[in-house]
Design a protein around this ligand. Structure first.
Ligand SMILES: Cc1cc2nc3c(=O)[nH]c(=O)nc-3n(C[C@H](O)[C@H](O)[C@H](O)COP(=O)(O)OP(=O)(O)OC[C@H]3O[C@@H](n4cnc5c(N)ncnc54)[C@H](O)[C@@H]3O)c2cc1C
Length: 465
């Protein structure tokens, strides 16, 4: 692998416009770090591309040498796929241009953008692109896997709002995928992750929105069961302007948390209403009536405030482990398991995240995109978050134990962006009835599985692991 990275370095030196960073170079330590501190690897070479031709050069050299290659946008892969040991990292962080066309309500987003760069640019025109909830997340990984966030019910998944992809495939060709060109690839890129090539540009639809109502509150025991039952039934009938997320966790020791709740198991409710404020009031009041009165708040916030308010809850470099799945219905015994679990959470930052999809995301047919599971609206994400390596085993065991207890009530399926690096056996489950189709697209565009550091769809006849 060391030889291969030297070969790639030699072939790129002189003609590559971006940075070539090797172990020992100044800046290498920063360049190799990714968001999940559990995944500390030492690539043999990191190439920071500046444009499409840099990406083509990097892919061509890497394909020729056969070096193990990771693609990185924001470096937020929970599984740690955007780095590798001894291999090559194609880093897109110098490609963060966003071009907004306010009249057409469209934008072109470069392949290295973070969500925050998109939000800042689109809000200047009073427009939004529906994406995720933490602004330092990379847009490419998020969109290619699907992309859920505050606006999913109102405007659909991120991938539902993409009209065109430009990408560099494994043979270093530039390929365009839209509803008219390379339609199978266009289908696969909306939910199929990084399996097909390096996306250098997304063309996306935007929607008008600059502010919304945000309501928050905490429900301690013994009220959590009642809250979950209410949420489960209420969301099935809720208007698409309402998004209500629940986090089960230990209440944080911060000024905002009432003193008597700090450190206690709570359900944190965060709701947004994107419609006319008065029309949302009864819905928000219903939800807040189940929260502790001194923990409640409701206010109109700018969209950019919403998009950055969780940034500091998920800092770079901490240790994270996740497992996820869908429910068609959150039954009483699953609620029992959740209540038992929240009483034994091993880390004060760990969360059980519950969201309800539905709305615009559910309007897209199951076979329209590679992303699946739109019929099972309850999405659960178990996210352990801790700092000390000595606590790895306890945190991972807690997540696995809870997941195994909940699994029998879940529907088959998983959102690939909420999977860990040890779940390769669940990838076919993520695509279930779409599996043969996605394998066919992969086999056509990447027959040698060059793009394999991802939730991998292996091509037919591939010899790689
Ligand atoms: C703090 C945090 C918050 C999150 N919040 C949300 C959320 O609200 N909603 C949600 O849906 N998900 C969320 N996620 C999950 C997120 O969608 C994934 O972690 C996603 O992979 C992050 O994208 P990235 O570009 O930062 O990933 P990276 O680690 O840079 O890349 C991950 C993988 O994506 C592929 N990839 C990246 N860039 C490209 C490209 N240009 N072309 C082709 N393939 C590429 C590669 O396979 C790569 O291995 C969150 C994750 C974190 C860590």
């Amino acid at each position: 692998m060391v030889e291969a990275s030297k070969e790639v370095y030699s072939s790129l030196r002189g003609r590559f416009k971006g940075d070539l960073v090797r172990p020992g170079d100044s800046g290498y330590e920063d360049a190799r770090a990714i968001w999940n501190g559990m995944v500390a690897r030492t690539p043999g070479l990191i190439v920071r591309c500046t444009d499409l031709s840099d990406v083509q050069s990097a892919v061509r050299s890497a394909s020729e040498t056969g070096i193990l290659t990771a693609i990185r946008c924001g470096g937020h892969s929970l599984a740690g796929f955007s780095t590798c040991e001894g291999g090559l990292v194609i880093d897109l962080s110098r490609m963060r241009q966003v071009t907004v066309d306010p009249e057409a309500r469209r934008a072109k987003i470069a392949g290295g953008c973070l969500l925050g760069s998109i939000d800042t640019a689109t809000q200047k025109a009073g427009l939004v692109f529906p994406s995720g909830v933490v602004s330092h997340t990379g847009a490419s990984g998020l969109i290619l896997g699907g992309g859920t966030g505050w606006l999913t019910r109102r405007f659909g998944l991120s991938c539902d709002n993409v009209e065109g992809f430009n990408l560099v495939t494994a043979d270093s060709s530039v390929v365009r995928a839209t509803s008219k060109e390379n339609q199978d690839l266009f289908w696969a890129l909306r939910g199929g992750g990084g399996n097909f090539g390096v996306v250098t540009e997304f063309e996306v639809k935007l929607h008008p929105l600059t502010s919304l109502v945000l309501a928050e509150g905490l429900t301690p025991e013994p009220g959590i069961r009642g809250l979950l039952e209410c949420w489960r039934d209420f969301m099935a009938e809720a208007p698409i302007d309402l998004k209500w997320n629940i986090d089960l966790r230990l209440a944080p020791h911060i000024r905002k948390t009432p003193v008597e709740l700090r450190g206690r198991p709570v359900a944190g409710s965060s709701l947004i209403w994107t419609g006319e404020a008065e029309a949302g009031r009864p819905y928000l009041q219903r939800a807040l009536s189940l929260c502790s009165p001194d923990s409640m708040s409701s206010r109109i916030v700018p969209f950019l405030t919403l998009q950055t308010m969780a940034d500091s809850d998920f800092p770079h470099g901490r240790r994270y482990y996740t497992k996820s799945g869908y429910f068609n219905y959150l039954d009483d015994s699953s609620i029992d398991r959740l209540l038992e679990a929240v009483a034994t959470i091993p880390s004060s930052e760990t969360q059980i995240e519950l969201a309800y999809l539905g709305g615009a995301a559910a309007q897209i047919g199951a076979d329209e995109t590679a992303f699946g599971d739109r019929r099972d609206p309850f999405i659960l994400n178990l996210l352990a978050n801790w700092s000390e390596p000595s606590a790895d085993a306890g945190n991972i065991a807690w997540i696995r134990g809870l997941f195994n207890k909940l699994r029998p009530a879940m529907k088959p399926g998983v959102y690939i962006n909420f999977m860990s690096g040890d779940e390769q056996d669940r990838v076919p489950e993520a695509y279930h009835e779409r599996w043969d189709r996605i394998v066919a697209v992969k086999s056509h565009y990447d027959p040698n599985n060059f793009f394999r550091l991802n939730q991998n769809v292996r091509p037919r006849h591939s010899r790689t692991n």
